[in-house]
Design a protein. Structure first.
Length: 418
């Protein structure tokens, strides 16, 4: 029986595995390394975050993105966007150097067994571990607006469904959303010869060109740099997730959903303005297939009704991390997760869920630890903190049942034997 099973091999899973291996834990890692970056993002996309804020986490800080880029003669400097393909290759390099061999077979089900957990792989093999961490990324949590869900699959898709946008060449495509995924997807479509438009409820905010890393002291004091951008608020979200967790639950949930919301990177403006039709202040009220197109009936801010026809709709509408979407957990395990008001699972100070021995990482923990958990940068806090929690749990044992939740923002770890 392993000490820890890591389910997922993206930035969070690989970072956690690196710290767990360095801590001497017996470890099993399952997942296709960097799968969402390799398989669900089209060529031509760039990272929104700065290179120095996009490192995976290892205990000694040896396997950084800038080290990988320097070895390959690729420039990685502040203010220069990194191609998604380069970042995916960096993750594979990190996996080869900082993590035990990764088993790419899919985990189909995680269920409780005496003394820990049992993971059933897609091929039927069973892996047993005392503790489990789910670092499953964002793909299980794809969110498509209800108004679009009745359309056939060949008429609607989510922005994360596409590694190759070539199938839309020469077509008319409408992208729903106002964030980076919507704007960059539309730009890529237009650049390949697709008639592309963006339909958004409000004007998409565009981030400012990043300020220099080296600045006069007074500027740094007034608006410090952080992994999520400049300003004390962003610094708090990025650099102090442990403090964030001490906020009242209602405030944590609200900030996690609203802060650092949909926004376009500073460098996407020129690509969109030249080639993409942008319709602002419009919300889709009805969507239905008619003949060879989808008719979108929209409502403007003043209540005016309009309609447009398009051949395909791409919903760049984000992700919602709910307990109900953790389908790989056996029903009896999922039933013992305690949801917060937004439906995401409650976690303790070391990322342990209300199921003893089951830890969570990434998007599922944003309401607990803040907006940084939606970005790669959050892995630098999550990995060492979570591994410390795993070690505490291993020392105290894995009891049955559910960890009680004594209060809205209670320290669950204190009731779990830490």
């Amino acid at each position: 029986m392993y000490d820890l099973l890591v389910v997922g091999a993206g930035p969070y899973g690989l970072s956690i595995a690196s710290h767990a291996a360095a801590a001497g834990l017996s470890l099993r890692v399952h997942g296709r390394p960097m799968a969402s970056w390799r398989d669900h993002m089209p060529p031509g996309m760039f990272l929104k975050s700065e290179p120095w804020a996009s490192n995976l986490s290892d205990p000694e800080g040896r396997w950084r993105l800038d080290v990988y880029c320097a070895q390959r003669g690729v420039e990685a400097r502040h203010g220069l966007p990194i191609p998604v393909g380069t970042f995916a290759s960096y993750g594979l390099w990190f996996a080869r150097n900082a993590v035990p061999p990764v088993d790419e077979r899919v985990v189909a089900r995680v269920q409780r067994r005496c003394g820990g957990f049992e993971a059933v792989l897609a091929d039927g093999e069973v892996v047993r571990a005392r503790t489990v961490v789910l670092a499953v990324g964002v793909l299980p949590f794809v969110e498509v607006p209800p108004v679009l869900r009745q359309l056939p699959d060949y008429r609607v898709s989510h922005s994360s469904h596409h590694h190759d946008l070539g199938r839309f060449r020469g077509m008319d495509v409408t992208v729903i959303g106002g964030g980076q995924a919507a704007l960059e997807t539309a730009a890529l479509l237009a650049e390949q010869g697709t008639r592309a438009r963006v339909l958004a409820r409000s004007p998409p905010p565009l981030e400012r060109r990043p300020t220099p890393l080296v600045r006069p002291l007074r500027h740094s004091v007034r608006s410090p740099h952080s992994g999520l951008g400049c300003g004390w608020r962003n610094w708090f979200y990025a650099e102090r997730p442990g403090w964030y967790r001490r906020l009242p639950e209602a405030r944590r949930v609200r900030v996690a959903s609203e802060a650092l919301g949909p926004a376009g990177a500073w460098w996407v403006r020129d690509r969109v303005e030249r080639t993409v039709e942008v319709l602002l202040g419009q919300e889709v009220a009805v969507a239905h297939e008619t003949g060879d197109v989808v008719r979108l009936e929209t409502v403007g801010r003043g209540g005016e009704l309009t309609s447009l026809d398009t051949e395909h709709v791409i919903a760049a509408t984000g992700f919602r991390a709910g307990c109900d979407r953790l389908d790989l957990l056996a029903p009896e395990v999922r039933a013992d997760l305690v949801p917060l008001s937004d439906g995401s699972p409650a976690v303790g100070r070391d990322f342990e869920s209300t199921v003893p021995g089951l830890f969570l990482a990434g998007l599922t923990t944003a309401a607990g630890f803040g907006p940084a958990m939606r970005f790669v940068h959050g892995a630098s806090f999550t990995a060492p903190t979570l591994v410390r929690g795993v070690r505490r749990r291993l020392r105290s044992g894995v009891p049955g049942g559910r960890i009680p939740v004594p209060g809205a923002w209670a320290d669950l770890a204190s009731t779990a034997g830490s």
